[in-house]
Design a protein around this ligand. Structure first.
Ligand code: XMP
Length: 328
């Protein structure tokens, strides 16, 4: 059994648990054939693609998969905990958890240019991962959550797809890409069939730089906390209202701007939380979700009651174009 690098033209869309099961069996055999008794390294972000790759590899080679979860401090509330719970506690993965929050936030301090922020996050991520990889010995393989649209986009020149994650030259690995020929919906079907939780398999798109691009301007710990806490409230209330899985992407943003407020008869100078909820098919265009007013008011009340340093909540009415989905 060989791993396929190109999706066969006549390949049936994997849209049933039976087809997913057959794919899983094939891939488990292909991984075993490729890796033999070797070890495989994986950067496990907790996103759909890397999580499905991890679950496939655990099934195929157990603790010979070494999964590294780098917490860059810009993840959503509960995400690192979920990775540890699902992969270490439930699937008994060989998981290395690195809390690099301080390292990332120190590097990002005072940096307000969005592209510079993105570059710092990307570069630091590779450095942290490379440091972990150098501590390990005897690993010949690197698993990646490359999916078929990544290949198509890089062929079309839309997205640069970095083989081996842009790692430094001293770290050279043979790639293992068990979801390479799948479309996103197929990856989800495979993940569900492998027993991953719905919260992981059907999660909304989340940018690589994470909450970093939603803490608009130079990231500070207090505003980052306000983004994380308000985002958690928004997600909880959307889930309770049955909107999870229906609205394409929803999140909160805290710009680097204060406004006047009043609390206990005294003037305040605090942050604002902007709520964004959009629908899209491919992120190229997006329309806003018409969130019911009572739900918005409930979210506002919770943000005021539970999130420190906030005196204003706004709802973003902008579609894409003219606005982009993220703020920077
Ligand atoms: P925009 O803001 O361009 O976003 O309308 C379109 C989609 O892409 C996501 N996005 C990113 N994803 N790294 C990513 O992995 C990024 O730097 C990034 N910026 C935006 C965004 O969340 C939306 O789904």
């Amino acid at each position: 059994m060989q791993q396929l690098l190109v999706r066969p033209e006549n390949m049936k869309r994997i849209d049933t648990p039976e087809l997913a099961k057959a794919y899983i069996d094939e891939q488990v055999a292909a991984i075993r054939a490729q890796v033999g008794d070797g070890k495989v390294l994986l950067a496990l972000s907790g996103g759909v693609d890397s999580s499905v790759v991890a679950a496939l590899l655990i099934k195929a080679i157990g603790d010979r998969l070494v999964a590294v979860h780098v917490n860059h401090g810009l993840l959503r509330k509960g995400e690192p905990e979920q990775v540890i719970e699902v992969f270490r506690n439930q699937m008994h993965a060989n998981l290395i958890y690195v809390d690099a929050t301080d390292r990332f936030l120190d590097k990002l301090a005072g940096v307000s240019d969005p592209e510079t922020k993105r570059k710092i996050i990307g570069k630091e991520f590779i450095e942290v991962f490379a440091e972990e990889a150098r501590k390990l010995t005897g690993i010949r393989f690197l698993a990646q959550g490359t999916i078929w649209p990544d290949i198509l986009e890089s062929e079309a020149g839309i997205k640069a797809h970095h083989n081996a994650g842009g790692l430094p030259a001293d770290l050279s690995f043979e790639l293992v890409e068990p979801v390479r020929i799948l479309f996103k919906d197929e990856v989800r079907m495979v993940g569900k069939t492998l027993g991953l939780p719905d919260g992981m398999v059907y999660r909304q798109p989340f940018p690589g730089p994470g909450l970093g691009v939603r803490c608009v301007g130079a990231i500070t710990r207090d505003r980052l906390e306000a983004v994380r806490e308000s985002d958690a409230i928004l997600r909880e209330e959307f889930a309770a209202a049955g909107l999870q899985g229906k609205v394409w992407q929803y999140f909160t943003v805290v710009p680097d701007m204060k406004s006047t407020g009043i609390k206990n008869g005294k003037r305040t100078d605090d942050w604002m939380v902007i709520i964004r909820a959009v629908n899209s098919v491919d992120a190229v265009t997006a329309s806003i979700e018409e969130v019911p007013y009572p739900l918005l008011l409930k979210i506002r009340d919770r943000i005021f009651a539970e999130v420190k340093g906030v005196n204003r909540v706004l709802y973003d009415l902008s579609s894409k174009p003219l606005a982009t989905i993220e703020y920077e």
